[in-house]
Design a protein around this ligand. Sequence first.
Ligand SMILES: [Fe+2]
Ligand SMILES: [Fe+2]
Length: 239
Amino acid sequence: MSAIAEKTVRELALESSSATRVFEKLGIDYCCGGEKSLEEACRGANLSLRQVQDALDGAEREANAPADRDWRREPLADLVAHINATHHKYVRTESARLGPLFEKVCGVHGKNHPELLHIQAVFRGLAQELTQHMMKEEMILFPYIVRMEEAVIQGEPVLPPPFGTVANPVVMMEHEHDSVGAALRAMRTASNGYVLPEGACASYQALYRALGEFEADLHQHIHLENNILFPRAIAMEKE
Ligand SMILES: [Fe+2]
Ligand SMILES: [Fe+2]
């Protein structure tokens, strides 16, 4: 077996962000289910290892990635700022935009496509969950991580956090990420993988496209937190 087949999906996602885009396209879970080897993940997604390897090689070549920052090495403060400015902002604007779009599409097509009402309900719950979740990250966990890194750089002692150790809120956030993942899967299943029914109007199309993008952005977002930010913060605290 080749070396790449034995690597976990998470390891590959960490090595290059072009890999995360390939996984996204092929439906391979790299954020919460990333501990599988690439071979297992391919089997699970009904794809040949060869096919996935080719896609990964192609994406890597295309990426010629000087613009992509390697978040395994950049300052944690920069990573936190990136998550807030990119992913948290996106969740907020999209949640606000998709509410009315759901209303419109459900109003017209909900009768013939009752799955839309189910997806709407799941999305509503998800948006609420995310609002609370991001607030906890922004008000409690992220500022502590930034302060801790600052103290380490200055060579000063780190004031102990009110929550004991950084691992405590991290476990809570990861738990909430699992719940986000479950909601995304539920919406994908109910929409039959966001495949549009015959005769779907432009709003219906816009809604499904937006939901697919919302999912992809959350995968990237949770990957940065679960697989990079949190492990690095825990390791820094241990030092
Ligand atoms: Fe977040
Ligand atoms: Fe999060």
